[in-house]
Design a protein around this ligand. Structure first.
Ligand SMILES: Nc1ncnc2c1ncn2[C@@H]1O[C@H](COP(=O)(O)OP(=O)(O)O)[C@@H](O)[C@H]1O
Ligand SMILES: [Mg+2]
Length: 288
């Protein structure tokens, strides 16, 4: 079968008129560039983690409370329509509703890291909003903040202010913010039980008619920064279970973040695999 779309990480296949199969490959991307070497098993971790969270969010009652739904039709490949039960898709694929994607990344941050810390250092703001003075890298924010970004077809996603988002999609922006923060708080509280801080995460949404649908992947180590509470110390970059390890490596060798991405040493790939498996285990331990 041929995908009708290839994202950086996922390949999308037609299923029916209103449905599609999302298959997570082992491709790794960082700084919006795909690396030449795959991380073996990464796509399976992403799919299992995301499916687990979709299930937990559904059972939590948040969808009723905040008035949204999710795109999942089926996460078990053995239950897919007969012609889509491919052996190589096991643990990698979900059957989902096709939606009209809302072209914003809905980012929620509980701590100061990444592009938000860079902006804060320069201007004292994040996505244009002022934050208290004197915060350190990785400091906890007074409360979680919604910092949207554009979903760029090509190139880098760009942080924007909430009012820019609102001038584009109106009151829908408020709803997406409330839903995103609601899910973030639910997930943070769960992860705290596993000794993990949820630093930040990114959600995507689509529309089915006027119904808001949570789509793509949720709360995976690709879309989220998870930190180990054991080694957490404001003022330094905490040990994460995510691509931070790869980001730190490529910054250490001075890669300019323009394609092509450099090849990764075996140890970096091995370490990344271990981190993904470890965070999967921790997440599973609090979502039973
Ligand atoms: N239910 C859905 N409806 C429409 N688009 C979706 C849905 N779920 C995911 N997508 C889109 O499918 C693509 C998934 O591929 P991915 O590799 O994550 O892409 P990207 O390079 O944009 O991160 C993304 O463009 C995402 O926005
Ligand atoms: Mg993606």
């Amino acid at each position: 079968m041929k995908p009708f779309y290839r994202g950086k990480v996922r390949d999308l296949y037609e299923a029916g008129p209103d449905s599609m199969v999302l298959v997570a490959t082992d491709r790794l991307s960082a700084f919006d560039v795909v690396f030449p070497d795959p991380v073996p098993g990464k796509g399976k971790v992403l799919t299992r983690v995301s499916s687990n969270w979709f299930g937990a969010i559904r059972s939590s009652g948040l969808e009723q409370k905040l008035d949204f739904t999710d795109h999942i039709i089926e996460t078990n490949v053995d239950q897919f329509p007969k012609d889509l039960r491919l052996e190589e898709w096991k643990d990698r694929a979900v059957l989902a509703k096709k939606t009209k994607r809302i072209d914003f990344e809905c980012v929620v941050r509980g701590y100061l890291a990444g592009s938000a810390f860079k902006e804060y250092k320069e201007t004292g703001t994040v996505c244009g909003e002022s934050l208290p003075a004197g915060l350190l890298q990785a400091d906890k924010l007074p409360s979680p903040i919604f910092t949207p970004a554009t979903k760029a077809e090509t190139g880098h996603d760009e942080n924007i202010s909430f009012s820019t988002m609102k001038s584009s999609i109106g009151n829908l922006a408020d709803k997406l913010r409330d839903i995103s923060i609601g899910i973030f708080e639910f997930a943070s509280e769960r992860m705290a039980r596993a000794g993990i801080l949820l630093c930040d995460t990114k959600f995507e949404f689509g529309l089915l008619g006027d119904r808001i649908v949570l789509i793509d992947e949720v709360l995976t180590p690709d879309s989220s920064r998870y930190w180990d509470i054991e080694s957490y110390k404001p003022g330094s970059s905490p040990a994460g279970f995510d691509k931070q390890f790869v980001r730190d490596y490529v910054e250490s060798i001075g890669w300019n973040k323009q394609p092509p991405a450099p090849s990764l040493p075996g140890e970096v790939i091995q370490k990344t695999t271990e981190l993904y498996l470890e965070i999967e285990r921790r997440i599973a331990s609090v979502l039973k």
